[in-house]
Ligand binder design. Structure first.
Ligand SMILES: [Fe+2]
Length: 346
């Protein structure tokens, strides 16, 4: 392990904020170089090495944070870039990610939250490092999802981790061997990560059905997610399962209209399980479905959307755990809301 402290360039034209934040980050395990103007930051980017650049987006009414971001991308391609934005959450997320930022944080910025983002983003950068164990990848992918897609759409808080848990139950029941089951668990955590890279995130929290154009856009997320999982060799199958999670047994799914056993068994398990979690969760466009309605839906889709054998095994699990699992999404959403309000002021 590298015991050198991560070196952070912190850019903000409010000198008081800059001082306070620099001191707070220094206390959280970082070496911090402050810059009070974009010009100073650009010079430092030319002459020094940084592991991360944290920059305000607007200086005196001009979006010069974009110039700092661009220079960082060109000169320090390995560095994490986090934008501090005064824009509302969704617009801020979209523009920051599109501009190539690793993450965004809404102002006013809490130093502990920023430190947590930096530590997570520095971990995410390690996704392609050799020698990562299953536990490391669980931690990295969980952090990626919790701080991006599940933050933009709070209704999905915990969707990845619950899907992972149910996949584990089902894969163990079916007898999927351990290394394959672990890859499935990783795919379960990250299956919707691609949504953060869609062109418009507004409709993820839309109150009502999607238009045809929006639905077409959403259909890009399995492939986007698979692509964003890095090139780590042990994630090769994981990328495949993420790409398959909206394929259907009868060939009417997306993106490739795979049919029957063309879809891996892991992809078929993930398909059943993630639909269960979506139906048992309140979303911006729908309420929680009661268990009886979920079971009716599954009965109707047996052999259509879902592999009948995989579904039957899951239905047995639901007989045993269904009532308990139905209560978990609301508890996870409340926990995520409590965590947000205790770490992000304003
Ligand atoms: Fe999905």
């Amino acid at each position: 392990m590298n015991d050198k402290l991560p070196h952070i360039l912190l850019v903000d034209d409010d000198t008081r904020t800059l001082e306070v934040m620099a001191a707070a980050l220094a206390g959280q395990g970082f070496e911090v170089t402050p810059a009070a103007t974009p010009g100073t930051a650009l010079k430092l980017i030319e002459t020094s090495q940084f592991d991360a650049v944290v920059t305000d987006v607007v200086f005196d009414g001009f979006a010069e944070g974009a110039a700092v971001l661009k220079a960082s991308r060109a000169r320090l391609p390995e560095a994490i870039v986090i934008l501090m934005t005064g824009y509302p959450l969704i617009e801020g997320a979209v523009s920051a990610i599109k501009m190539g930022a690793s993450d965004y944080i809404q102002k006013p910025v809490d130093a502990r939250t920023l430190a947590a983002y930096l530590h997570r983003a520095l971990r995410e950068r390690q996704i392609d490092m050799p020698g990562l164990e299953f536990g490391d990848l669980v931690e990295i992918l969980s952090g990626m999802v919790a701080h991006t897609i599940e933050r933009v759409d709070p209704y999905t808080a915990g969707h990845g981790s619950r899907t992972r848990k149910y996949c584990r139950f089902l894969a163990e029941d079916i007898g999927v061997e351990r290394s394959r089951r672990e890859r499935l668990e990783l795919a379960a955590i990250a299956h919707d990560y691609g949504k953060i890279y869609l062109d418009d995130l507004g409709f993820l929290t839309k109150n009502g059905p999607l238009t045809d154009a929006e639905y077409k856009e959403v259909q890009k997320h399995p492939m986007l997610g698979a692509r964003k999982l890095g090139n780590h060799e042990s994630l090769r199958e994981v990328r495949g399962y993420v790409a398959e999670h909206h394929e259907k047994w009868d060939g009417t799914g997306y993106p490739h209209k795979k049919k029957g056993e063309e879809i891996s068994v892991e992809g078929r398990i993930l398909g059943v399980v993630e639909v269960f979690d979506s139906l048992s969760t309140k979303r911006s466009y729908k309420d929680v479905w009661p268990l009886e309605k979920v079971l009716e839906f599954f009965a109707e889709q047996r052999g259509r959307a879902f592999d009948p054998d995989v579904l039957d095994r899951f239905l047995v699990l639901l007989e045993r755990h269904g009532a308990k699992w139905m209560k978990e999404p609301a508890a996870d959403r409340a926990a995520a809301a409590a965590a947000r309000s205790s770490t992000v002021p304003g």
